[in-house]
Design a protein around this ligand. Sequence first.
Ligand SMILES: [Zn+2]
Length: 381
Amino acid sequence: MFRTIKIRLQRTADLVQTVAVFNQACQRVLDWGYENKHYNKTQLHRATYKGIREEFPSLPSALVQTARDQASDMLKRDRFEHMIRKKPFSSIRYDKRTLSVFLESGYCTISTVFGRMRYQFILADCYRQYQSWKVQNAQLVLGRDACFLNVQVEGEAPPFNGGDKRLGIDLGINNIAVCSDNSFFNSKHLKNVKGRYQHLKAELQSKGTRSARRKLKNISGRERRFVRDLNHCVANEIVNKPFDVFVFEDLTSIRGPKRNKAFNRKLGNWSFRQLRQFVEYKAEALGKKVLVIDPYYTSQTCSKCGHVSSNNRKGRRFTCVQCGFTLDADLNASRNIASFSTRVGGRLHVSEPNVADDEAEGRKAVEAESSCKPTNLFVGG
Ligand SMILES: [Zn+2]
């Protein structure tokens, strides 16, 4: 399994310069690829390598190759729909040829336009658990007053514990998540904060000035981090419950008529996907697993007698027209999710690439969390 750890480096001129030159080289490949409609690495290499080496003699050969790889992936993803402009100081990619990280000793060596350089760093305490993991690759990101290496490390996942205690999890509007063990993660706080951000963003958007745009970007970043932290907290609480298998409904159902459109717009499907993704990674690390089932009338079925009827649900309350059983509608759905999964089997979910990070490239990765305070945001409902 993979984790991404964040290392802070000093923002030195040689790193800044390397990023700038790398991105220019990458742009050359992007331009050629777009014009000639190719994203095949060998073809890109043949067409651009020599020219780039001549134009940017200071850029080490291995970095020319990673620039080409990065361009190839960007072209592939875009399918030649746009002419891609890589920003002059956007993040660049490193692999084993161009980077060595010594987590325990606290230093790394990096290929730059001035040759291989050595940088010291202090590994944050929360990453110490990954010290012995294998470093795979990294992204170098320029910050305003520091550089960051997002290093992807690989470690072995513990084997599945073999247990079959199942927890059904219903994701939704009124509650971020409701679990079949009667626990609720309500979205009141989330909605409040989201609402505040929406308001701020609308104000800034209407201004349209340069500084407003900059502020808008900051706020969007803060909002994203807020949701991510919240998802980390919810996921932590869920995976640490005494269950072995966590069952979700297929997420496409969240867009269905069962859910409210305005809410989808506001919260976006991605935050649910992120929550499930976090549960997956955390469960994997604990020797537990995640299953996904198709939504089989989970909200219309009585979790007690199994009667299915669209009249069973009245708003947030579930009342069975056959046996009279009544329960919170989301809780009823979560119980169905758990029990249906034993009947239909469910499928082991295959993780998607990181949804939280626009620049993240391909690999399965999740940012190892920095801090997660125990939270009492989620009062029972
Ligand atoms: Zn019933």
